[in-house]
Design a protein. Sequence first.
Length: 459
Amino acid sequence: MTKKKPLILTVDDDAHLLDLIEHHVQGWGCVHERAVSAAALWKKLSGISPNLILLDIQLDDADGIEVLGLLKGRLPEVPVIMITGHGTIDRAVKSIQAGAYDFLCKPLDFDRLEIECRKAIERHRLLVRVKSLTSAESRNDFYGMIGQCPTMGQVYEKVQLVGPTDAAVLVLGETGVGKELLARAIHQCSDRANGPFVPVNAAAIPHELIESALFGHEKGAFTGAHQSHTGFCRQADGGTLFLDEICEMDYNVQAKLLRFLQDHIVQPVGSSAEHTVDVRVVAATNCDPARQIEEGKLREDFYYRLSMITLQIPPLRERGDDIERLAMYFLEQARSKYGRMMSSISPEAMTSLRSYHWPGNIRQLEYLIHQIVITNFGEELTVEMLGPEITQCDSSHPSLADYAARKSEFAELPSIQEMERRLIVQSLELAKGSVPEAAEQLGLSQSTLYRKIKKYGLQ
């Protein structure tokens, strides 16, 4: 299938300039359309969908800034680059405030124009993609699991094959990847879907109580046993027992669970009675089972009994576009829950979310989105709302602890923003206040420098 070429629409009353722009645009591998007036622009837009618009700030039949405002209302995702022969800070600021992506002065530097056009087209692509992810139809909901990446697709296929059986399943994956959610998916696509799903987090139960929690106990069986307890194994009769963090279980309890897995017989603590139950077991751990066996923390026979089928959930950082899908899902969820207006994520914020290494995986992303929705107003989640932990952290860092340790080494250095401000001030002083000359020294477009001057409150 041939990839569709980006379409750039130029609005200018200078026919010679339109010919020149068209020559360059076609050389970039893009399609070019032209309009010589505001009236021609509106007529043209009835039949095409541009990826980028180049707009002269002064047209024969309209003011370019007013046209820009109308364009942003009609096509909010389409970036607009303003072009003019009258480059003043006032007009540049007004264009940016009205929603312009950039501001370039005539005569055009076509090398710089190409760079800015490619960046703007990519921004448009991201905006369209983010918007499409807001619809429920664009998400793959597999028994409550969100994701369409190839690796997760393979996991779903295995679940559909394994689910209808009674085979024991071991789910592997880092903390926060959704191991319990996958266990519930296995339960839901089995013949036991109408039976109970009983989750047990071994790490959350004191070692001295785990046996009675699993198998139950009789009243008075030990100090504090003021009444009988059925136990999770019997509570799961006819359904699925999910054993999370199995490597945290006492070695002796593992031996008793091994017997349970073999004969499905439960004997409560302090009782001689035995109870036969019909239970399917799904287990999970965030540890390496082979290493845990080597260190004597996990019984080898227990492991092999649990791992007839093994499913590995990839970490969030390896799931590509699923980060976008999950972020939009949690945003929609949080907006509904807290009654907020926030309904979109800016392309810059989405880029930061995709670049971050997510040591806490899906759970960390969910908490972050909910926190932002609760503590911010507005309709769009912006990159500024993410905080430095997300936006300034190298994705190659293995953990937040490593990041925090290294961050302290640079505590005395000025921020990047402060260094940038100082450099701009110095360049403007050397250029005696000339913005075009300072922009050339800095390797920036004039519109970018205007924007930074406004950002830092410089005169």
